[in-house]
Design a binder for this molecule. Structure first.
Ligand SMILES: [Zn+2]
Ligand SMILES: [Zn+2]
Length: 210
């Protein structure tokens, strides 16, 4: 059984404060077997990760696409997917690359609602450590519809990595991991980021923008 955090941002995201090397180090320190790099609308982090020696830490190449219907995680992608497409188009593009399309924090407060019914997702992110209201709704939706469930920290800083993720009982190889998720074999674990730290970090993000 191995643990993976399937939602990790690095400094390749405008609001990320974590280098690829730090992400890998943090994953190891948290006892994870791997992470998915899911930066906002870029795959640059994956290209960088492919060049570094991540040893026994599996780095799943991913992306978090800002579709016009909400955020969509693509795992196992090799090509950039443009932002602003519909959920249906985004999901088709991810699947066309052999990747998994996952509705990210679909019921999070302030998020666009209804994304889960706009496309055929491979899995639903039912636990996200930066979502305080809405995880239960996502879980309920996935359960009612018999959809595979996943979880991730949505880390934007190294110390958030491993707050949530999935436990999977398969060979620690990217293809096997993705297949296992698609079959609904992943079990989820997680806790939320402390709201106090969340607010501090929201300010940090704001300051960076100014
Ligand atoms: Zn998001
Ligand atoms: Zn995210």
């Amino acid at each position: 059984m191995f643990r993976y955090d399937l939602h990790v941002h690095t400094e390749h995201s405008r609001d990320g404060f974590c280098s690829i090397a730090e992400a890998v180090r943090a994953a190891r320190a948290m006892g994870l077997k791997g992470i998915a790099i899911t930066d906002h609308d870029t795959i640059d982090g994956n290209l960088e990760a492919a060049k570094i020696d991540s040893d026994d830490c599996i780095v799943i190449p991913g992306i978090e696409v800002s579709s016009k219907d909400g955020h969509i995680l693509g795992l196992g992608v090799s090509e950039l997917i443009p932002r602003g497409l519909s959920a249906t188009e985004t999901v088709a593009s991810i699947k066309g690359q052999g990747g998994l399309a996952i509705a990210a924090h679909p019921f999070g407060l302030g998020r666009r609602v209804g994304i889960v019914s706009k496309a055929k997702f491979d899995a639903i992110e039912v636990f996200n450590s930066r979502t305080y209201l809405g995880n239960r709704l996502a879980y309920g939706f996935a359960e009612r519809n018999g959809l595979p469930m996943v979880a991730g920290s949505d880390a934007h800083h190294p110390d958030e990595i491993g707050l949530a993720g999935v436990t999977i009982n398969c060979e620690p190889e990217i293809d096997a991991i993705l297949e296992s998720i698609a079959k609904g074999e992943a079990s989820i674990f997680g806790r939320t980021l402390s709201p106090v730290i969340y607010i501090q970090r929201a300010f940090q993000k704001l300051i960076r923008k100014l």
